[in-house]
Design a protein around this ligand. Structure first.
Ligand code: ADE
Length: 418
């Protein structure tokens, strides 16, 4: 058993936080009972590169109850909750390697620490663990039976590995589950992104012009929450269908070059690079605030902003204010890293309950079925998706209709028409 964390003395505070989240994760709770009884993960070593939060700790505890050895490292250097990491080591019998604010070398040394332990199953949020295994640690690949991936950005990287036939074991794209992206990406990112902006800036959303770059599920959620709080929301998109959808959802749609002089707040959620760049910073209003809620810190071209700036200062914790040659100021939140996890606490437990139930059931599926799987990216089996929805509905006290026999027959028949 090993770990590398900030301070083990934080463990009791972390445990309290984990228990608070646990009460809002009824689906994981119901799986916990079954996993503890059936031990479907006995003998598995799991390497999990995830955001180390109180919600993730509840997932780790479930996997441990299922019989696995559980090792964790961070999927982002700024999202680790150090008290939770301490509780994972002291109270939950897991092996965390993560320290909030760790530098790049430490971040990767923690990924390597997990790989050193010969994992059978990998869990990733952004694909850094899988890509390190496939590039620098190929000698460890043969012991791995499968993996899961949490996020859109990670799935994009995996698909590109798959298309180059570079993927060496099957991976389940948890993000593909309806009970993941329709809820976590939309409502989780929507709420926690606004939460991160508010905690860092205390700005008034009502009446502000907010520019949301990207209208995937995360962008939709964020644009909708901001509108609900009274912002005038502009959406920018590169995909014509999504741009049309945003327009018909009632948002103004325009290129970033046109939005740049209008926005008080800019949030990028595209999964792409340099979405906000020099030509946009040059046009921004004095006092503009820019933040990112896409997985990596490349959506805002901060090096370009730094190069343009006359001066830079920390205006508030995690708020870097750049003074431009025009005399105007642009503030960047959390170094352009995920604002919801760096500035706030990430998605609420209530929504992570579904994402992580998909994770746990996908891991169980891999442990049972890996011999029948190919070196491909798989979607979450639909029966897992439905089961998670049923469990969540049951925990909310909601029942729903079922097909009658006549309806089932009608749907199965091609003869019945007008
Ligand atoms: N991703 C987004 N929010 C999260 C959370 N609260 N815990 C773990 N991963 C997350």
């Amino acid at each position: 058993m090993g770990y590398d964390i900030k301070d083990i003395a934080l463990a009791d505070a972390g445990l309290q936080r984990i228990q608070w989240a646990a009460r809002r994760m009824p689906v994981l709770r119901s799986l916990h009972e079954r996993f503890a009884a059936e031990r479907p993960l006995e003998g598995q070593t799991i390497a999990a590169c995830l955001h180390i939060t109180s919600e993730t700790a509840n997932l780790a505890s479930l996997l441990r109850a299922g019989g696995a050895r559980v090792m964790l490292c961070a999927s982002n250097p700024l999202s680790t909750q150090d008290d939770v990491a301490a509780a994972l080591a002291k109270h939950l019998d897991c092996e965390p390697y993560c320290i909030r604010g760790e530098d790049r070398d430490t971040y990767y040394s923690h990924i390597h620490a997990l790989i050193d332990a010969d994992p059978r199953i990998t869990m990733d949020d952004g694909c850094d663990l899988v890509s390190t295994l496939h590039s620098e640690r190929r000698e460890k690949l043969q012991g791995v039976i499968g993996g899961t991936e949490e996020t859109t950005t990670g799935v994009i990287r995996l698909r590109s590995m798959e298309s180059e036939s570079a993927l060496e074991y099957p991976i389940i794209a948890v993000n593909a589950a309806n009970t993941k992206h329709l809820f976590d990406n939309r409502y989780g990112t929507g709420q926690s992104t606004v939460d991160g902006v508010l905690r860092l800036t205390n700005m008034l959303i009502a009446g502000a012009t907010a520019v949301v770059a990207g209208y995937g599920w995360c962008g939709r959620g964020t644009a909708t929450r901001l509108r609900g709080m009274g912002a005038n929301v502009i959406v920018t998109e590169i995909d014509p269908v999504r741009a049309l959808e945003a327009a018909m959802d009632g948002f103004r749609v325009m290129p970033m070059a046109a939005a740049a002089p209008l926005g008080d707040l800019f949030i990028t959620l595209t999964g792409n690079t340099s979405v906000l760049r020099r030509e946009h910073f040059e046009k921004m209003k004095d006092g503009a605030i820019v933040a990112n809620s896409g997985h990596f810190n490349v959506e805002i071209d901060i090096p370009a902003l730094a190069e343009m700036a006359r001066e830079k200062r920390e205006a508030r914790p995690l708020v870097q204010e750049y003074q431009l040659p025009s005399g105007g100021h642009v503030s960047v939140l959390a170094d352009g890293r995920l604002v919801n996890l760096s500035g706030a606490e990430g998605h609420p437990a209530m929504v992570m309950d579904m994402s992580f139930a998909n994770q746990a059931l996908s891991v169980e599926h891999l442990a049972r079925e890996h011999k029948n799987l190919e070196k491909r990216v798989y979607v979450v089996p639909p029966e897992i998706d439905s089961r998670v929805a049923e469990l969540k509905l049951a925990s909310m006290g909601i029942t729903h209709d079922a097909l009658t026999d006549a309806q089932r027959r009608y749907l199965a028949s091609w003869r019945e028409g007008t």
